[in-house]
Design a protein around this ligand. Structure first.
Ligand code: SAH
Length: 491
């Protein structure tokens, strides 16, 4: 394949602000070259097979010099690779995107540009500041506050003042006092509303709304650090009224999500949408059994069963995949009744055109077992290899014949513990959606003090396991993701 470079804007931090096109480019990349400002949630979209090159820049010294970055892009593309150059915000706004294309263009390497949501507009938006407003201004100016090493700022403050427009300064934290002084010297009134917003659009966003005269002190007191943007203009007065982001119910709350990687997305996304700072920490993984003679045999004789039982969403997914691969389809289940442990499992069944006949009132194996105590057998139970013994017990006690077939194994992963250690040292919420996630979590952190952890558990079984390890718990009212989230909101 011919090499190519795609310059992708990753947006300001909130992973939801990455464009569809950017996401697709990352998913198809063979090499990703990325910067410091790209958020971890976006970096996690890089395919595992892709070569990942961090050229993150530090404030005053460049980690990897620009000419070196240009060379990396050229060489990888010349080697026939599909290269994504991932940059914070928009690649062409103070992003040196242009410089990086220079060499490629000279060498005749094909390239594309995927614009990104720039921090200059989105960070004020997340701080409740519309950058223009008909009552206040009729222009917007985006200015770099970065001076070349050792040099003075070369900003025409008089010209900026004359525009009467909103001023947005990027890379201006170090120069903040000089910027404000420059505008004051140019005749702008000290009472002009002004704001500084740090780590905008992320759960760790902080803002200070002040005036031009008082902003340097306000920022110093709050210890505002880079990346931050400065906004000067009357629109800043709207910040409080339009403050939607800081008002989110879980804004800034640190939450560790421990689901298996393939099921992580929904919970993380919902928590992030509520403003939480989510760290994904997959400690288990469900692995389909490649060879499964017992299941094949059951599938050869489906008509002999009366009930088919699934105890997790992975069950019907794996079962139906195998059935279809064998050349059968949903009609093979025509005479069977189906039980699902909860609504999510029932939902997966529905995707295959199958409606669950039985879902217990409480979504755990004990209640499923009770609900099934009166059914007529034989039962085909498709579940994890290390499942709860509630179902087999009740079937045996009631003389209901059953086949308990392991369809997948739960494996413990070895996630990067270093990433969450600082969180565990202070009060942190950790979500547990099954007893095995508790087990995986504890196993991955040998010797770590878990006394600051509050485990938010999907059900009683999970909570029991966590308590067994001395973890304080809260339990969701219902074993659903929605209920788990409500439980977090109440903490
Ligand atoms: N191309 C980027 C800007 C790169 S310059 C864009 O379009 O957003 C880097 C500067 O952008 C930082 O110094 C800071 O001023 C600003 N910036 C980027 N992300 C930010 C964020 N999440 N919050 C506040 N400022 C941010």
């Amino acid at each position: 394949m011919d090499g190519k470079v795609i310059l992708v804007g990753a947006g300001p931090g909130d992973p939801g602000l990455l464009t569809e096109k950017g996401k697709k480019a990352i998913a198809q990349a063979e090499v990703v070259v990325y910067d410091r400002l790209v958020s971890p949630a976006i970096l996690s979209l890089m395919p595992e097979s892709a070569e990942q090159i961090d050229v993150g820049k530090e404030a005053s010294h460049h980690k990897v010099p620009q000419h070196e970055i240009n060379r990396i892009l050229l060489e990888k593309a010349q080697a026939g690779k599909r290269v994504v150059r991932l940059k914070g915000g928009d690649p062409f706004l103070f992003g040196r995107g242009g410089e990086e294309l220079e060499l490629l263009s000279e060498a005749g390497i094909p390239f594309e540009v995927v614009p990104g949501v720039t921090s200059a507009l989105s960070v004020p938006a997340y701080a409740g500041i519309p950058v223009t407003h008909r009552d206040f201004c009729s222009s917007l100016h985006i200015i770099t506050g970065h001076a070349k090493a050792g040099a003075k700022l070369t900003i025409d403050f008089e010209a900026l003042k004359r525009t009467g427009g909103t001023l947005v300064f990027l890379m201006g934290v170090t120069a903040l006092p000089a910027i404000c002084q420059g505008l004051l010297d140019a005749g702008m009134e000290a009472e002009m509303p002004a704001a500084v917003i740090e780590r905008g659009t992320t759960p760790r966003q902080r803002k200070r709304i002040s005036t031009l005269g008082a902003l340097p002190q306000a920022a110093a007191e709050a210890k505002i650090e880079s990346p931050a943007i400065i906004v000067v203009g009357k629109v800043c007065t709207l910040s409080e009224k339009f403050d939607w982001f800081d008002a989110l119910p879980l804004k800034g709350r640190e939450i560790v999500v421990t689901r298996p990687r393939e099921r992580m997305g929904v919970l993380s996304e919902k928590l992030r949408a509520l403003g939480a700072a989510v760290t994904e920490y997959p400690c288990i993984e469900t692995v389909e059994r490649a060879e499964n003679p017992a299941l094949d045999q059951a599938m050869d004789h489906l008509a002999q069963y009366r009930y088919l039982v699934f105890t997790s969403p992975a069950g019907p997914e794996i079962f139906m995949k195998r059935l279809l691969a064998r050349g059968q389809d949903a009609r093979a289940l025509a005479g069977l009744k189906i039980a699902a442990i909860g609504p999510k499992t029932a939902h997966v069944l529905m995707r295959f055109g199958l409606k669950a006949d039985l879902v217990p009132a409480v979504y755990d194996s004990d209640h499923l077992a009770k609900a099934m105590a009166e059914v007529a057998g034989p039962v085909l139970l498709c579940r994890a290899s290390r499942g709860s013994d509630a179902l087999p017990k009740i079937f045996s006690a009631r003389g209901i014949p059953f086949d308990d077939i392991p369809c997948y194994d739960t494996r413990y992963e070895t996630p990067d513990a270093a990433a969450i250690l600082p969180l565990l040292a202070r009060d942190t919420l950790v979500t547990f959606t099954s007893a095995s996630t508790v087990e995986g979590f504890v196993k991955s952190l040998p010797g770590v003090d878990l006394s600051h952890v509050l485990g938010v558990c999907i059900g009683e079984k999970t909570a029991e396991k966590a308590r067994g390890y001395g973890i304080a718990v809260r339990v969701a009212r219902e074993a659903t993701i929605e209920s788990l989230i409500n439980c977090i909101k109440e903490v």
